[in-house]
Design a protein around this ligand. Structure first.
Ligand SMILES: [Zn+2]
Length: 334
């Protein structure tokens, strides 16, 4: 097996490396910035993540500051040129009003816009629940503020992407050149409204407006899930040239075979696969040891390790750089 990453070209021609999918969390000391609900704070996964990431050792007076310090330190020290850090909008009621009691994970758009001011490597990925009354105004505001990618978390935010009521939102995003990222595949980290909303088959409507759409996680599910939405992702990729997929969380233990399965698709699919980590969720190293070696130098940085594993699958030469082109980023000469 050739383990040479495709993007390791000479310095002169080296394309910028970008991670399309990273998270920051807020504990809730300043709820306007973001929060985790009591239920999420008490969950075993949250406790495990806090312990595994050693976040208490980071700089900062509060848990949120420590989580932010860790993210910025890792971004700064990584070999990546850019990282999209995602906000997470709230759950909204049918009448467009915000439903805080039903929201278990929230990060404000201003919080990630501020992160982008703190690090030139951070690209703000704002999040807008299209059910909210002011969804269009917020889309224009964050686009103006520099967010060229907007995430919709179908399962957690309770958004069925197939609803006609979102047409104006999809149309405006396409006009503005804002890339829409939809969560696809079963969600496990947080309380969900409906897993069915995460089926890539439901992306037909936003795709029909012609803008660039990213199916986060390529519809993959865990080994133990009752359904598998990946076949639906592949079918949609064959039907829509403006659909892309990211590899976020796919080096995790519960999706063990997903990277290999994806890498065996034809180039019409693998050519539109984008690199994403799902930081701070770390990749599992052991299952990929034959690809990376026992002690790869990248192991010291979660972003680098995740990239090292995924580059070994050789999806396409543009795997870790194509996103910048889709965002119309100035680092890419068009
Ligand atoms: Zn994610």
């Amino acid at each position: 097996m050739d383990n040479t990453p495709l993007d390791d070209t000479t310095a002169a021609s080296k394309p910028p490396l970008v991670d399309a999918h990273a998270h920051v969390f807020c504990w809730g000391e300043r709820p306007r910035d973001g929060f985790l609900s009591q239920r999420t704070r008490r969950s075993w996964l949250t406790k495990l993540m806090l312990w595994m990431t050693g976040v208490h050792k980071e700089q900062g007076a509060t848990i949120s500051e420590k989580m932010r310090s860790r993210l910025l330190r890792h971004v700064d020290q990584s070999t990546l040129d850019y990282v999209v850090v995602l906000a997470q909008d709230a759950v909204y009621r049918d009448d467009g009003s915000r439903d805080d009691p039903a929201t278990h994970f929230y990060v404000s758009n201003d919080y990630v816009l501020d992160l982008a001011k703190r690090s030139s490597k951070v690209l703000p990925g704002c999040s807008i629940n299209p059910i909210r009354r002011d969804a269009l105004a917020e889309l224009e505001r964050v686009c103006e503020a520099g967010s060229r990618l907007v995430k919709i978390h179908t399962a957690i935010q309770g958004v069925d992407p197939a609803l006609a009521r979102f047409d104006a939102f999809y149309r405006r995003a396409a006009e503005l050149g804002v890339v829409l990222m939809f969560h696809t595949g079963y969600e496990h980290s947080c309380t969900v409204q409906s897993q069915d909303f995460a089926d890539p088959a439901r992306l037909e409507r936003p795709l029909g407006h012609g803008g660039t759409i990213i199916a986060a996680h390529c519809g993959t599910c865990a080994l133990y899930d009752r359904g598998d939405q990946y076949p639906s992702f592949v079918e949609m990729m064959h039907r829509h040239d403006n659909l892309y997929g990211d590899t976020a969380i796919m080096a995790g233990l519960i999706r063990l075979r997903s990277l290999r399965r994806l890498s065996r698709e034809g180039s019409d699919v693998t050519g539109r696969i984008l690199h994403g980590s799902d930081y701070p969720f770390p990749p599992a190293r052991l299952p990929f040891v034959f690809r990376t070696g026992l002690f790869p130098p990248q192991r010291r940085n979660t972003f680098d390790m995740d990239l090292r594993i995924k580059q070994s699958f050789q999806f396409s030469p543009g795997y870790a750089c194509k996103l910048l082109e889709l965002l119309g980023h100035p680092a890419v000469s068009r």
